[in-house]
Design a binder for this molecule. Structure first.
Ligand SMILES: Cc1ncc(COP(=O)(O)O)c(C=O)c1O
Length: 391
């Protein structure tokens, strides 16, 4: 076989991909051992049948041919209106491109803003695909640690240190894996660095409908940021449509025009019947979004109550998203060692913090993605296991 391009072969960076506990859990399940899985960011409900009905009607109505590459006009309009209503930033369809999911939007946004060999900054702890996505466009993926001591809020001064030679900064709030929502103060600091150092800000807001405390602030709405911000959105988490692969990029008109050229030469758009279903789902308004977010809000409250019963495992203030980050450093084990033993000894699978970068070492990410009773039982077992380690 002729050599493959290093751009492809170096996407994973060669090291561990951090999914070992998850893979082992899946192997145990395949071998017949029941495992409680709190690993993956996927709802325990399926896409609402009313959305599927809209998809079916669209496909049967003939919307199965090529769809407009930037997205169907009505969906671009709907997304623009949603963004404008929620952020106050004037936004039209010309500021929106529909993509096959948020992941594809992340890739396209970095291709748009990071010339080969330039630094692309991102915050550690990070969503597992970030470093690989940045490497896939030929950028030098450069993490900036936001540590547990600072509540996993990134500090502008740390970004400034890495800004030389960088063209973009990727942030994610509400955050996967920590559940932290960036404060106004954090975002103001980030915006100032981006303006001072002429950086693009890529703001991954795929969890914007899952806010338990405080408010979601889109940094695109901060002064003079709309011209240097690309917002990543997705129907995956807000509408339990992970498999439909539909998301978007919101940004300056010129950037969107060039991104449409990229889509023409890569994805060639998103299936028309999927876009019609997404439009129907968005038209249902915030009530449907709240209904889909409700189980996580409930389980987050459950988590707070269960953790209050003990004092070994500490919870990082999780103000949004479908995860909680637990500090298990009091046990003396690394996140990896703890997660592996929890899987072997109690058949509960959680993600080690180390899977998401250096800053989350000694932590666990727990996805609140199983029904309440089983979730509470697993969490209590996790806390009891941690307590036993400290005896
Ligand atoms: C922070 C974050 N960004 C982006 C994505 C990608 O989502 P999708 O491609 O399903 O829209 C995910 C998925 O888990 C995520 O957690």
């Amino acid at each position: 076989m002729p050599a493959l391009s290093p751009t492809l072969t170096e996407i994973t960076g060669g090291g561990s991909d951090g999914w070992e506990v998850f893979m082992r859990a899946r192997e145990m399940i395949a071998a017949g051992t029941p495992v409680t899985e709190l690993t993956i960011g996927e709802h325990d409900i399926r896409t609402d049948p009313i959305i599927l009905d809209a998809m079916h009607a669209s496909a049967c109505g003939g919307h199965t041919g090529y769809a407009m590459v930037p997205g169907i006009a009505a969906l671009r309009r709907e997304v623009a209106q949603r963004v404008q209503e929620r952020t106050g930033v004037p936004t039209g369809p010309e500021n929106v491109m529909i993509t096959p999911g948020g992941q594809s939007a992340l890739f396209a946004s970095h291709l748009a803003t990071c010339p080969k060999g330039k630094k692309a900054l991102f915050i550690d702890p990070y969503y597992a695909t970030y470093p690989g996505t940045l490497r896939a466009v030929g950028a030098i993926a450069t993490p900036i640690e936001a540590d547990a001591k600072g509540g996993f809020q990134p500090r502008a001064a740390d970004i400034e240190v890495q800004a030389e030679g960088a063209t973009s900064l990727l942030i994610n709030s509400p955050n996967n894996p920590t559940g932290v929502v960036y404060t106004r103060n954090t975002l103001d600091g980030i915006a100032e660095v981006c303006k001072r150092r002429d950086l693009w800000l890529i703001s991954d807001e795929v969890y914007d409908t899952q806010i338990w405390e405080g408010v979601h602030i889109s940094p695109r709405a901060l002064p003079d940021m709309a011209e240097r911000t690309l917002v990543i959105g997705s129907m995956s988490k807000s509408h339990a449509m992970t498999g439909s692969r539909v998301g978007w990029i919101v940004g300056p008109r010129t950037a969107i025009e060039h991104l449409i050229n990229l889509a023409t030469h890569t994805t060639y758009g998103v299936a028309g019947f999927v876009q019609d279903a997404a439009l129907f789902a968005l038209e249902q308004g915030p009530a449907l979004e709240a209904e889909i977010a409700a189980p996580f809000k409930r389980r987050r409250a459950l988590t707070v109550n269960i953790l209050a019963e003990q004092n070994v495992v500490k919870m990082i203030s999780a103000d949004g998203a479908m995860y909680v980050m637990l500090d298990i450093r009091a046990t003396g084990l690394s996140g990896e060692a703890f997660a592996n033993r929890l899987l072997d000894e109690h058949h509960i699978a959680v993600m080690p913090g180390e899977s998401f970068g250096r800053a989350a070492a000694g932590h666990l990410r727990v996805a609140m993605t199983i029904e309440d009773t089983a979730y509470a039982a697993a969490l209590r077992a996790l806390c009891a296991f941690a307590a036993a380690l400290c005896e």
